[in-house]
Design a protein. Sequence first.
Length: 194
Amino acid sequence: MTFGIGDVSYTELYTGGSLVHDPSDAVTTSASAMGGTLVKNTTYEIAAIGDATFAGGADDAIAAGSDIAASDVAVGTTFTVGSADIDMSGGEAADAVTYIYSTNVLTQDIEAVQKKINTARVQAGSQYAALESAVNYTTDLTAQYELGYNAVNDVNFSMETAHLAKNQILQQAATAMLAQANTGQQGLLQLIQR
């Protein structure tokens, strides 16, 4: 039996210098201020749109790499980046839209790690129950074997005791008959002698 927590990467929560999704990062900022990249599997909220024409195609870039359409890009819209980072480094495109980094992402990261730990705990618990059941089954099997063995031995002992009693009775009866036969012959001899 095996079980495991799965891959719980230390870098899912902590880069070594700071939290990956630090709540202090939840400030209004542009993509260029974030290094020109919207991080994969991360939720953002659009806080402001600086250029109505989305210079450089910021709306198309967001739509191509997230769960919303280009027509849905508006102030207040929340979107989640897909499985790949969105490169917003194209000059004006990076500053065309201002984002609020979602504070819920840190909670989501912690919940994801907690889910892995809970899954491992459930697996360990079920395997412990399986081992406990196997031990109980083996103990019951041993007890049943002992009962069966003792029952067979008790029957054998009873049978042997009955055979012994029968043989002793037959032996005593034979001895008694032989004694009577001897007595009868002596009586006959006594009659002849008189």
